[in-house]
Design a protein around this ligand. Structure first.
Ligand SMILES: *[C@@H]1O[C@H](CO)[C@@H](O)[C@H](O)[C@H]1NC(C)=O
Ligand SMILES: *[C@@H]1O[C@H](CO)[C@@H](O)[C@H](O)[C@H]1NC(C)=O
Ligand SMILES: *[C@@H]1O[C@H](CO)[C@@H](O)[C@H](O)[C@H]1NC(C)=O
Ligand SMILES: *[C@@H]1O[C@H](CO)[C@@H](O)[C@H](O)[C@H]1NC(C)=O
Ligand SMILES: *[C@@H]1O[C@H](CO)[C@@H](O)[C@H](O)[C@H]1NC(C)=O
Ligand SMILES: *[C@@H]1O[C@H](CO)[C@@H](O)[C@H](O)[C@H]1NC(C)=O
Ligand SMILES: *[C@@H]1O[C@H](CO)[C@@H](O)[C@H](O)[C@H]1NC(C)=O
Ligand SMILES: *[C@@H]1O[C@H](CO)[C@@H](O)[C@H](O)[C@H]1NC(C)=O
Ligand SMILES: *[C@@H]1O[C@H](CO)[C@@H](O)[C@H](O)[C@H]1NC(C)=O
Ligand SMILES: *[C@@H]1O[C@H](CO)[C@@H](O)[C@H](O)[C@H]1NC(C)=O
Ligand SMILES: *[C@@H]1O[C@H](CO)[C@@H](O)[C@H](O)[C@H]1NC(C)=O
Ligand SMILES: *[C@@H]1O[C@H](CO)[C@@H](O)[C@H](O)[C@H]1NC(C)=O
Length: 380
């Protein structure tokens, strides 16, 4: 796992003058290793939910508060997304190897998104959802590490959403993946990959195997540990990954509009989709979120052009390490590097939207912040 802790920096040489860079990654982040292939993204959001104390103070995220009505004609429930269902459960302060009971509230550490079993009197299922504050995201590589519920009847979703026809979705239905075992005669831990409208899914529309839908099967139990779910959104294609391994491409009707990225845990009882609602409270736990992306905002674009003096200078473009294994809980809890964050390293380019909450890594034992120079743990 150490290998993924080491950033690889592109250091192309250039004939002639090389402008020194002021800070690392000022010309962006590259998914691919070699400079001849690289596709650069200019902006960065990274959230280490194992250390973020309170998401409501995190300027990168907005807790969603909205509801959809109960539908008497179908009998489907509404959803009520509230702040109470978005809970920060970081690792304990002053975590030590001798005291490995790690999360502050108990249970899995990370950002919890809950679907409650208590249906509200007006037929609403209490659900949890968060959205990036940045909604100027236009192409990029998006990664999140989640541990899913085994309670029947919910959908865990990682998606981009601008409107009902500009949406990229990874949706995981607990009725499909829960209690999966390798020995099942009909193994299925499918992930539903969709360019589609939320409403058609809510309506229970049975998606055929169209070019805007894919349903690869993941060969592991998704409820036992954290796994990385990822999509790389390019103008002509969206490539989906699981624990760093390519899964599927969708190439038809690729969304092109600026967007925000969301994490959601929901249920509405629709027989063709979530089923449920859950018989007991169900939790999805997110250990991190990472986005490397371009901006539709002209100020952001000119900021990039101003700070990027020479893309071929050493450390001007940073290669994003691939997550190659499940970013496991055990590794995270015992302080070994389970994943890589640029934002936990010194000398990074500033001027991007990065949560600067001072409580972010406070009090963690040195091994928790291995590779992260003290006092440089966050952007200024
Ligand atoms: C930051 O990194 C750049 C590129 O590696 C280097 O040229 C510069 O001296 C560094 N600045 C500081 C203050 O360390
Ligand atoms: C990450 O994996 C992709 C797809 O397998 C590959 O093209 C790319 O070069 C890898 N990037 C790094 C930094 O290793
Ligand atoms: C990475 O390189 C491969 C091979 O050239 C290419 O197919 C892929 O689109 C690239 N990915 C990104 C995000 O640039
Ligand atoms: C993202 O922005 C970089 C820098 O401006 C540009 O080179 C690249 O082509 C853009 N990628 C996409 C997919 O728009
Ligand atoms: C959603 O839930 C909150 C918290 O329980 C409650 O205050 C609010 O009235 C609910 N919204 C609706 C439309 O019922
Ligand atoms: C963590 O340890 C430091 C030094 O021992 C102490 O001052 C601080 O109060 C501790 N923090 C918590 C939250 O226990
Ligand atoms: C998975 O198993 C647990 C424990 O037996 C059970 O409570 C839960 O309902 C099951 N979930 C599904 C989707 O079958
Ligand atoms: C979504 O936004 C795009 C871009 O503005 C627009 O072309 C499309 O019609 C919109 N779709 C809906 C359902 O409003
Ligand atoms: C849909 O695609 C999945 C994944 O390739 C495949 O397993 C399944 O049989 C297909 N279903 C239909 C109805 O073609
Ligand atoms: C999940 O719950 C639905 C009802 O909401 C039920 O029909 C289905 O059999 C359950 N699935 C499992 C695997 O228990
Ligand atoms: C930093 O960002 C701000 C706000 O977008 C902008 O006004 C400023 O010019 C940027 N500075 C640089 C050096 O890009
Ligand atoms: C930490 O976790 C990793 C991954 O599970 C494991 O390989 C390593 O042995 C653990 N180290 C300690 C000191 O427990």
């Amino acid at each position: 796992m150490r290998n993924i802790h080491i950033a690889k920096w592109i250091s192309a040489t250039l004939l002639g003058l090389i402008q020194p860079v002021a800070a690392n990654c000022e010309c962006g982040y590259s998914v691919n290793t070699t400079s001849s292939q690289h596709e650069v993204f200019t902006d960065l959001i990274e959230s280490d939910f194992l250390t973020i104390q309170d998401i409501s103070a995190d300027t990168d995220w907005e807790i969603q508060r909205y509801w959809t009505p109960y539908d008497p004609s179908s009998g489907y429930y509404g959803e009520n997304f509230t702040a109470a269902n978005v809970v920060s459960n970081p690792l304990k302060y002053n975590y030590t190897l001798e005291n490995p009971t790690t999360s502050q509230l108990g249970g899995d550490a990370g950002l919890q998104l809950w679907v409650r079993s208590d249906i509200q009197p007006n037929g609403l299922v209490p659900c949890g959802q968060v959205k990036t504050v940045r909604d100027d995201i236009q192409y990029g590589s998006f990664r999140t590490s989640m541990k899913l519920t085994s309670v029947n009847g919910t959908c865990s979703a990682f998606f981009s959403y601008y409107n009902d026809t500009q949406e990229i979705d990874m949706e995981l239905l607990s009725r499909q993946y829960a209690n999966y075992t390798l020995s099942d005669s009909d193994p299925s831990s499918p992930v539903n990959l969709v360019f589609h409208s939320v409403q058609s899914i809510i309506d229970g529309y049975q998606l055929p195997n169209t070019s805007t839908y894919g349903r690869p099967v993941l060969p592991v139990a998704l409820t036992d540990e954290y796994h990385e779910y990822r999509f790389d959104w390019m103008p002509n294609r969206v490539s989906f990954y699981f624990d760093g391994k390519w899964l599927w491409d969708l190439v038809t009707d690729v969304p092109s509009w600026r967007t925000a990225i969301l994490l959601s845990h929901w249920s509405n009882g629709a027989s063709g989709w979530t089923q449920g609602p859950p018989a007991e409270d169900a939790v999805m736990t997110v250990s991190y979120f990472k986005a490397y992306f371009n901006s539709s905002d002209s100020q952001r674009t000119s900021d990039y052009q101003n700070r990027c003096k020479d893309p071929s200078a050493a450390n001007a473009i940073c290669v994003i390490p691939n997550q190659t294994v499940a970013p496991g809980e055990a590794a995270a809890q015992n302080g070994s590097a389970s994943t890589f964050f640029f934002s936990q390293h010194a000398n990074m380019t500033s001027n991007q939207t990065i949560y600067t909450g001072e409580n972010k890594a406070m009090g963690l034992a040195p091994e928790m912040v291995a590779g992260m120079p003290l006092c440089a743990a966050w952007f200024r």
